[in-house]
Design a protein around this ligand. Structure first.
Ligand code: AGP
Length: 372
């Protein structure tokens, strides 16, 4: 087993360090030299895809957070409405899907019963079903009209890490492909994003080389009982994912919020010493979201919170209000999740280790949930 872990103490750690490859391999072979995306393997005709007027993502847990990232990105790039539904809620909610709907399931294992049942239900309703999946030959891709495989390689640790990054990458590919089909400026914009996406694996690699401080912070926080996570736009699902990792791995109460929601209730939770992670949008994010989140940090710090800020390199605005600043490389706003989630994964891993817990096999959890 030690050899399988490639010199790392746990599968999870190995899988975190595999992430540049998980993203790179998922991109591999899917663009021509001129940058045009080719997703022939999809097995859906251009005509069928052009007919789609609505997308519903069905998934559970971490995969559903990848779906939330996809919603922001695909809507922005294509103007096709995207809805994200937890698979177990979808099926019993009398969902509005029909022949013009594309139902995208996201699953690492391809065996999650809730997701499988959602896909079957969507097919019964006449929708076109596409599976984004990491496991060849598993049930969900077999039960779907089409499949886009993520190439993260086998994920052994119960807590999902590299599969998540590969899922987000596959969602980007789908969105950019749909934008390309729309043509005109949509296609031009897609090409530019695609170029930037190809630079992300190298940036993840560089980021992974700077995690010593995150490890230290985790070690100091072994006795912490509650941690909050804030994010906005694509940073919102990343905040939720950071909280889920901590619940799963360190058995700590953790909650993720949309930063704008703070003043509508959660700010009452802030008292002296409350640790809060804030995923800050890059300064070039539209609608001044960067400024708005910086002022959130200021507000909670004034109420005694201990602020641990995830910010882009060169973002100096956060410094006066941050107890800790964790830097991530620059990339365009919608691609930031592939970088900002990494320190949160590393934090959860090391907090779990500091508490002496089983990182790869947390209590009460199974790698794939094959019961409803
Ligand atoms: C993530 O860390 C979890 N263990 C869990 O939320 C998981 O993502 C979810 O059960 C979905 O699994 P799947 O991707 O295999 O369908």
């Amino acid at each position: 087993a030690a050899a399988e872990k490639g010199g790392y103490a746990t599968f999870m750690e190995k899988e975190i360090f595999d992430q540049p490859h998980a993203v790179g391999d998922t991109l591999l072979g899917r663009t021509k030299d001129d940058g045009e995306l080719v997703l022939d393997e999809l097995r859906i005709s251009e005509e069928q895809l052009k007919n789609v007027d609505r997308i519903t993502v069905v998934a559970c847990g971490t995969a559903a957070y990848a779906g939330m990232v996809a919603k922001y990105a695909i809507e922005h790039w294509t103007r096709i409405p995207v809805e994200v539904s937890l698979a177990h809620e979808f099926r019993y909610s009398d969902p509005i899907v029909n022949e013009r709907s594309l139902v995208v399931s996201i699953s690492q294992s391809g065996e999650t019963m809730d997701t499988l049942m959602a896909v079957k239900h969507a097919r019964e309703l006449g929708a076109l079903t596409l599976s984004i999946c990491n496991t060849h030959g598993s049930t969900i891709p077999r039960e779907s009209d089409a499949v886009l495989y993520t190439h993260a390689g086998p994920e052994i640790a119960v807590a999902s890490t590299k599969a998540f990054l590969a899922q987000i990458t596959a969602c980007y590919l789908l969105g950019l492909y749909l934008a390309q089909l729309r043509g005109g400026t949509y296609a031009d914009d897609a090409k530019a994003v695609m170029q930037e996406l190809h630079e992300v694996p190298g940036k993840i690699e560089a980021l992974l080389g700077t995690m010593d401080r995150v490890k230290e912070i985790a070690r100091f926080m072994a006795d912490t009982r509650s941690v909050l996570f804030l994010g906005r736009n694509v940073g919102f699902p990343i905040a939720m994912e950071g909280a889920l990792k901590l619940k799963e791995l360190a058995y700590i109460h953790a909650e993720g919020f949309a930063a704008g929601e703070l003043k509508h209730g959660p700010i009452a939770l802030i008292d002296a010493g409350q640790p809060v992670f804030i995923v800050v949008p890059g300064p070039d994010t539209p609608h001044e979201l960067h400024k708005k989140v910086v002022s959130n940090i200021q507000e909670i710090r004034a109420r005694g919170a201990r602020t641990i800020v995830i910010a882009q390199e060169g973002d100096e605005d956060v410094v006066p209000f941050a107890d800790e600043v964790i830097r991530v490389p620059r990339t365009s706003p919608l691609l930031q999740p592939l970088l900002t989630v990494v320190p949160l994964q590393v934090f959860a891993l090391h907090l779990s280790t500091a508490k002496g817990l089983d990182v790869d096999q947390p209590r009460n959890l199974a790698k794939s949930v094959t019961v409803e």
